[in-house]
Design a protein around this ligand. Structure first.
Ligand code: LR7
Ligand code: MN
Length: 615
């Protein structure tokens, strides 16, 4: 099978003339700079060590075993033509255009990508393994000179069925944005991915092209908690830095983490987690918030209390945080081991973030968010992978957290999740004795001293309750930049609703333009907003039927104000002005160019059926 996701192809394929790009003041492309997924080279993989994880009640050990028979030992190779001086920064307009679906192959790759990874594979592949991202730090963090740091870091990245372009973009961002003397190594832990071919491609790429990157594989799926412990046992740096496999690290991300740990070896530090949009791959800054949790034991973000929010040093100063999100943090390796690593009785996903947070604070450590260290993470709408052991692993893991760490407060969890009563959470005696051995404080102490904002059910509200963060944007009043008739160029017909302008879900059709009557003034009048919405008669928004079938219909829906399926950008395709919908990667198309013809979403080919104007 031959794969080719080259930008060159993409640009020539969609035929956007450079002049247009330049007119719009976009990035000028160097066509050599692209992700080239080369043909198989017949390369033989070198024999690989495989590792055996053995688990019993008191002992958790890892052994090496001979070659893994799991893979045939051959896969196609991936590589990228890369010139450091030409690394590009992709703004949102460019990213949107990278998402254009022009062929059935594009459509297939996009659909399969969403299925397998829950983000836009097409755009990730077209960006390739390198890109510049905006420096989202507070100006106070920039341009400072760092003291000498007497620590080095092992960056541990566990992955299960990750998209190679996303994982390798992370790896390169770490290599490119970390000072050499501070980066001991990167350890990639493949948690027995079942996408054998991709896993083999990543291993081959790493072994062929990257120094300082170790590739290890668990002998069978461990879940992210045990996979991290497994990775930590391969680490030789003084500090462990854990990252999810779909992140990109930002400028000077590592220094603040290591400096803080060198000041206090019992402080565990977390970068600010910026947002990489799962549909567009756009890198966006996150606001400064703290980690908290609700009594269902879900992690949540809390606003900073007013005194911290108004602190003039805010933005550069560590923010103590009751909990961490879980995926991105650094701590001294010796402290990680001393503190009991992770609860290896936890399965696959969930709960370990609150467990380690409680443990850090209750057992004499400290947890802080460092605003001068920024790392982006792809926030997906769903988890794309299953769980081989069945059941709700978050529930099981949370029960372990509640029973080991929460004392009498566990009743609030059980009240929230009555189903938990019958769930077998396994043996927790090891963790209880760890808590004793480390002379950890009570959960009550933690709530009173570290998380006083938390509302305990039945108690008076002492402080203003924390508001969950990351809520969808509030609906704003639309700002209209243009209005007129949406005309299909070749037929000179106008787009209107099949029903009354206020009918939700109505499909859109072509009709003879009615420029004379009042009714025509209304029913064919479209308003384009700064948010790229197209609103008919100032009532409903042009939207896309959900689903990824080749021919979904355009329809009218209540404006939701968060762009997505209701965003339309005028894009030049083969000299034709098309209406591109970045959320679906497709373009507005006609079923037929006569009155009564319907409007659908289709591959962006730039045919006459896709040529529209607003005038
Ligand atoms: O079986 C598995 N084996 C793995 O190696 C399952 C997953 N993994 C890997 C996976 O490929 C990824 O690199 O583990 C990593 C984390 O899994 P995700 O990305 O599916 O987790 P998430 O981002 O949905 O969830 C958050 O909560 C988890 C609870 O167990 C972990 O702590 C994640 O690391 C954590 N992610 C973050 O904190 C990023 C910021 C999210 C926020 C807020
Ligand atoms: Mn993640």
């Amino acid at each position: 099978m031959r794969r080719r996701f080259s930008l060159k192809c993409c640009l020539f394929g969609i035929g956007i003339p450079l002049t247009v790009w330049l007119t719009f003041n976009l990035v000028s492309w160097d066509l050599k700079l692209s992700a080239n997924w080369n043909q198989p080279s017949g390369l033989k993989l070198r024999a690989r060590k495989s590792l055996l994880v053995r688990k019993d009640k008191t002992n958790y050990s890892i052994e090496y075993r001979g070659n893994s028979p799991q893979f045939g030992g051959q896969c196609e190779t991936i590589s990228e033509v890369f010139n450091k001086a030409l690394v590009k920064r992709y703004n949102s307009t460019v990213l949107n255009s990278l998402g254009i679906v022009s062929s059935p192959e594009d459509q297939k790759a996009r659909d399969e990508g969403y299925q397998k990874y829950a983000f836009n594979e097409l755009i990730s592949n077209r960006i390739g393994f390198h890109r510049a991202i905006p420096d989202t730090r507070d100006p106070k963090c920039r341009g400072v000179s760092f003291p000498t740091i007497d620590l080095d870091a092992s960056v541990i990245i566990c992955f299960f069925n990750e998209l190679p372009s996303a994982l390798l973009r992370l790896v390169h961002s770490v290599l490119d944005r970390s000072p050499k003397q501070l980066l001991k190594e990167i350890i990639l832990v493949d948690d027995s991915s079942t996408h054998d071919d991709l896993s083999c491609q990543i291993e081959t790429y790493v072994n062929q092209h990257l120094q300082n990157v170790k590739f290890v594989r668990t002998p069978e799926r461990q879940g992210l908690i045990r996979a991290r412990v497994f990775g930590s046992h391969h680490a030789s740096g003084k500090v462990l830095v854990f990252l999810d496999s779909h992140c990109e690290v930002n400028t000077d991300w590592l220094e603040p983490l290591l400096i803080r740990i060198s000041q206090d070896p019992k402080t565990v530090v977390v970068p600010v987690i910026d947002i990489i949009n799962h549909d567009t791959m756009e890198y966006q800054s996150s606001p400064l918030v703290k980690g908290g949790f609700n009594w269902g034991l879900h992690f949540r973000w809390d606003h900073l209390p007013a005194n911290e929010r108004n602190d003039p040093k805010l933005g550069a100063k560590p923010i103590p945080s009751p909990t961490m999100a879980g995926g991105l943090f650094a701590m001294k390796k010796s402290y990680f081991h001393q503190l009991g690593e992770y609860d290896v009785g936890m399965e696959i996903w969930g709960g370990e973030n609150l467990e380690i947070s409680f443990r850090i604070w209750m057992c004499g450590g400290r947890l802080e968010i460092l605003p001068c260290s920024r790392v982006g993470h792809i926030f997906r709408k769903r988890r794309p992978y299953g769980n081989p052991i069945g059941g709700d692993t978050l529930m099981k893991n949370s029960l372990r957290v509640a029973n080991v760490w929460m004392d009498e407060y566990k009743k609030y969890f059980l009240k929230q999740r009555p189903q938990a009563e019958n769930v077998d959470y396994g043996d927790i005696s090891d963790r209880l004795s760890l808590r004793k051995r480390l002379s950890c404080k009570s959960f009550q102490w933690y709530l009173q001293n570290i998380y006083p904002e938390q509302v305990v059910p039945g108690e008076d509200v002492k402080n203003s309750p924390p508001l969950p963060h990351h809520l969808p944007n509030k609906k704003k009043k639309p700002v209209v930049i243009k209005h007129g008739r949406l005309k299909h160029v070749a037929s000179s017909l106008c787009v209107q609703s099949e029903k009354e302008v206020y009918t939700k879900k109505a499909l859109l059709t072509l009709a003879v333009c009615d420029e004379k009557t009042l009714a025509g003034q209304k029913s064919q009048m479209w308003f384009e907003t700064v948010d790229n919405e197209l609103i008919l008669a100032q009532m409903l928004c042009l939207d896309v039927e959900s689903g990824t079938t080749n021919k979904s219909y355009a329809r009218l829906m209540k404006c939701h104000g968060i762009q997505g399926s209701q965003a339309w950008t005028w894009t030049n395709k083969n000299g034709v002005s098309v209406l591109y919908n970045p959320a679906s990667g497709r373009c507005l198309t006609l079923t037929s160019a006569r009155p009564g013809g319907y409007l659908t979403l289709n591959l962006c080919t730039g045919t006459k059926k896709q040529e529209f104007t607003l005038s």
